[in-house]
Design a binder for this molecule. Structure first.
Ligand code: ZN
Length: 216
């Protein structure tokens, strides 16, 4: 007997059935070819936010992008301290095994993680009660200072400045991984920052020379 899905899951199971009829059945050959393995050329690091799915934003095919999503689309610095380094593991896999040619860090508008970094509302929370988030977004503490001083800690202007700054922090942290830095220096890997404005549905790309984001 089939398991009855919860109310919350029922809509997703319906979506799955549509996928079986269209997304999967119509592209059966593509899926069959993917059984041999994946060869995505681009890694995307995005926020876990439900409104910024890279596969949707880029209308990407299965097998096209290798994606890591987390709070605020952050890449931690190269650290070898004990702990479980999920993003670093995915990054290692992307550059070492998949040999991706490009890594795109995609921040987004109305990012709750960036907002919390700005307000520091979770500061001092216990692990499991906000402490993991607080620790994760403390990676943004250094860039928060000038923003908070200049624009305050509330309002869209300050929030967007924080969201843009977070992308730049992730790019800088990516370059602390020796292999990433080496591949980039050799011209075998390109790092790119991006920002997705949810309500407008517009993707902005970062020009690292000017520090500005411009519509793609
Ligand atoms: Zn977010």
């Amino acid at each position: 007997m089939a398991i009855t899905p919860s109310l919350e899951l029922a809509g997703l199971i319906e979506g799955y059935r549509r996928f079986r009829e269209t997304g999967w059945a119509e592209r059966r050959e593509r899926w069959a070819a993917l059984r041999q393995g994946q060869e995505p050329k681009v890694m995307v690091i995005a926020c876990a936010d439900s409104r910024t799915d890279p596969a949707l934003v880029f209308d990407a095919d299965p097998g096209e992008i290798f994606v890591v999503r987390n709070i605020a689309a952050m890449v931690p610095p190269f650290e070898t301290n004990p702990g479980h380094h999920g993003v670093s593991a995915a990054l290692e896999f992307a550059v070492q095994v998949l040999e991706v040619r490009e890594i795109l860090v995609m921040g987004h508008g109305m990012c709750g993680g960036c907002k919390a970094a700005l307000t520091q509302e979770l500061h001092g929370s216990e692990p499991g009660r906000g402490g993991f988030i607080a620790d994760w977004i403390s990676m943004l503490d250094d860039v928060r200072e000038p923003i908070a001083r200049e624009l305050g800690t509330t309002g869209r202007e300050a929030e967007r400045a924080m969201e843009h700054a977070a992308v730049k922090v992730s790019l800088a942290n990516l370059r602390t991984f020796p292999r990433v830095a080496q591949l980039e220096a050799d011209g075998n890997l390109r790092l790119r920052g991006a920002f997705f404005a949810i309500a407008e549905g517009v993707l902005y790309l970062l020009d690292e020379e000017t520090g500005e984001f411009a519509p793609a």
